[in-house]
Design a protein around this ligand. Structure first.
Ligand SMILES: C[S@@+](CC[C@H](N)C(=O)[O-])C[C@H]1O[C@@H](n2cnc3c(N)ncnc32)[C@H](O)[C@@H]1O
Length: 202
């Protein structure tokens, strides 16, 4: 049966979310660079853009985009992480829910306007249950503005082959604008162990 890998991790270890939150607090306190994706997405959009952080976790990316003046809405499954994002980054709006039903979650939250950009980073797409992948990509296509773009980043060896991901994206009405191998703009090659996919509506 298809299971969500984040949910499984939390079920197997009820301390998983607290461990993850603490890990990112420590990295931030030690001065680690947690903003590579933020710089990338900020360069993609105009000032004051409407940005959806899909699988927003602790708000690491969306929170920093909000601090740059963007109107950020985050959606994440894990209530502990949503609470951390709300506490750390009150300038953005954070909702608990599944990105496999984005139109429903956003409509229930009164967030009907389309997004100039979607960020889905930190391997979020590889945590989805297999049967959540297409509905998630379909939701991205539905909530993206006509000229908007979605930026996804995930490790190539985490159970979702890049070719399968691109096929699924196409089925959902999303095509690649650019494929890169890193957030600092190295090219994507056959040997890349990471992909940064910039998708637009077909
Ligand atoms: C490794 S964390 C990355 C968090 C954040 N994007 C970052 O890079 O800091 C993976 C996140 O995916 C979220 N997630 C997994 N499946 C999800 C789903 N179906 N809907 C919403 N969030 C989901 C988890 O709750 C977790 O916060």
């Amino acid at each position: 049966m298809s299971t969500n890998r984040w949910t499984s991790a939390v079920e197997q270890n009820p301390g998983h979310s607290a461990w993850y939150i603490e890990r990112f607090r420590k990295m931030a306190a030690s001065g680690a660079d947690l903003a590579g994706e933020v710089r990338f997405v900020d360069a993609m959009v105009g000032r004051g853009a409407r940005v959806l952080d899909a699988g927003s976790g602790t708000g690491r990316v969306g929170g920093r985009l909000a601090a740059l003046g963007h109107e950020v809405v985050g959606v994440d499954l894990d209530p502990a992480l949503v609470a951390e994002a709300r506490a750390q980054f009150p300038d953005a709006t954070w909702h608990q829910g599944t990105i496999a039903d984005l139109p429903g979650v956003l409509a229930a939250a009164g967030q009907d306007a389309p997004f100039d950009a979607i960020v889905c980073v930190g391997n979020v797409i590889t945590f989805l249950a297999d049967d959540e992948r297409l509905p998630t990509l379909d939701g991205f296509a539905r909530v993206l503005a006509p000229e908007g773009r979605a930026a996804l980043g995930f490790g190539a060896g985490r159970g979702y082959a890049v070719a399968d991901f691109l096929d699924d994206a196409r089925s959902a009405g999303l095509v690649p604008d650019q494929l890169l191998g890193t957030w600092d703009l190295r090219p994507f090659t056959e040997d890349s162990d990471f992909v940064v996919a910039l998708l637009r509506r077909a």
